[in-house]
Design a protein around this ligand. Structure first.
Ligand SMILES: Cc1cc2nc3c(=O)[nH]c(=O)nc-3n(C[C@H](O)[C@H](O)[C@H](O)COP(=O)(O)OP(=O)(O)OC[C@H]3O[C@@H](n4cnc5c(N)ncnc54)[C@H](O)[C@@H]3O)c2cc1C
Length: 369
């Protein structure tokens, strides 16, 4: 009765998208979360889904591939909870504005250049010309996670240890052939120090407003279009906060102050404040694939701390989907599709997101400690 093909630990956007994708591949899936659906960083997110601008780095290309995939995923899977309002990307300052000229040739997704005069007609204050991405938008974060998990068994369970008996994973009273760790910034169930998962704190405020604002925008704060009389303001930059704290209204009010340089915030009234931690990796790329058996590697091959490269040993039937950073809602559907294809169809994992990339460098650093 309690046996599953796959148990996923974590019911944030990572767990929800991979559970949904695996279920559609006829897998018997169980999702467990200690605090319920979207109770971590995902529930706090402004959940904007927009392209990344820059000078064509590998991370930018991956983000934009993910953006193309994910906006279509949301549009077809849960259109009610994805608002394709378009997103304007506004330079932060004069230096940034100059860089926008260089960035322009690397805009791979559909975009238009909006002059500051055009922005003014839309009710947006800016002294710089900006990029408008019409395909971008934002998700109702919690609703989307709930929707993706609606036909999937989800139980409240704080997983304290992972046990294995005769090759089968045991999680409380449940058992499974495979396990996927989608636990966000809390990542102490197995030794995955090599992935360098760390949290960055952020706050989102939902504000009631009658302001006519049809487009979302990012500058040093993200401002959502007015959807159902709510304007979302959000940012995640507070690296010095290391543990979960109660949400503070004053943080949301600071966002409102910042937003006043972009829109008329006079009638904005706080409705609800959300806050949470998003999990990033050492190199800002997502972490998707198998999990290396660190203990075993260090015991079997002590020379790896001096730079030797050996064949990697993995924890059998354990996978991870994490490190989605400030773009969890952009990356998750695409990463979930890569992981599902890897587990079920045996497709090769994209090297850019395979956590193996970080292992030997991390092991070498142990020698210097
Ligand atoms: C304020 C804020 C604004 C953001 N804005 C955006 C945005 O505009 N666009 C965007 O794309 N991204 C945004 N993000 C980032 C995005 O929210 C994250 O990338 C995303 O939430 C990561 O999802 P996740 O499923 O990996 O982790 P989480 O949502 O944190 O989920 C992990 C889950 O695992 C559970 N868990 C952990 N350990 C255990 C255990 N031992 N047993 C059982 N359950 C466990 C937790 O309870 C949690 O529910 C924002 C984040 C924040 C905080």
């Amino acid at each position: 009765m309690n046996y599953y093909d796959i148990i996923i630990i974590g019911a944030g956007i990572a767990g929800a998208t991979v559970a949904n994708t695996l279920k559609r591949k006829n897998q018997k899936v169980l999702v467990v979360d200690k605090n319920g659906i979207a109770s971590g960083g995902s529930g706090a997110a402004g959940a904007f889904v927009s392209p990344k601008i820059g000078k064509g780095s590998s991370l930018q290309r991956l983000t934009n591939e993910s953006f193309s995939f994910s906006k279509d995923f949301y549009k077809t899977t849960c259109p009610k909870y994805f608002h394709q309002t378009g997103v304007i990307r506004i330079p932060k300052n004069e230096t940034d504005a100059e860089k926008f000229h260089e960035y322009e040739k690397y805009n791979e997704n559909i975009y238009e250049r909006y002059s500051k005069e055009k922005l003014e007609t839309l009710g947006i204050k800016s002294v710089f010309d900006s990029f408008y991405f019409p395909e971008a938008g934002d998700c109702d974060a919690k609703d989307i996670c709930n929707f993706l998990l609606k036909d999937i068994e989800v139980v409240n369970l704080d997983v304290l240890v992972l046990k294995k008996k005769e090759g089968i994973w045991l999680v409380g009273e449940y058992s499974a052939h495979n396990i996927i760790l989608a636990t966000g910034f809390e990542s102490d169930l197995v030794d995955i120090r090599y992935m360098g998962i760390h949290g960055t704190w952020g706050t989102r405020g939902n504000f009631k407003s009658k302001l006519a604002l049809d487009i979302s925008m990012h500058k040093d704060v993200s401002v959502g279009a007015n959807v159902n009389s709510i304007i979302k303001l959000g940012a995640t930059h507070e690296k010095e906060i290391e543990e979960i704290l109660p949400c503070k209204e004053e943080q949301a009010l600071k966002l409102k102050e910042k937003a006043s340089s972009l829109i008329d915030t006079l009638d904005l009234e706080i409705e609800e404040v959300f806050c949470g931690m998003r999990a990033g990796s050492k190199d800002y790329f997502p972490l998707v694939g198998k999990v290396i058996d660190v203990d075993n590697m260090l015991k079997e091959y002590p020379d790896i701390v001096r730079g030797a490269k050996e064949e990697l040993k993995y924890i059998d039937n354990m996978y991870i989907l994490n490190g989605l950073g400030g773009r969890g809602f952009v990356f998750a559907p695409y990463m979930a599709s890569l992981l599902s294809a890897y587990i079920i169809e045996g497709k090769e994992m994209d090297k850019r997101v395979n956590p193996d990339r970080l292992f030997f460098k991390w092991a070498r650093k142990l020698n210097n400690k």
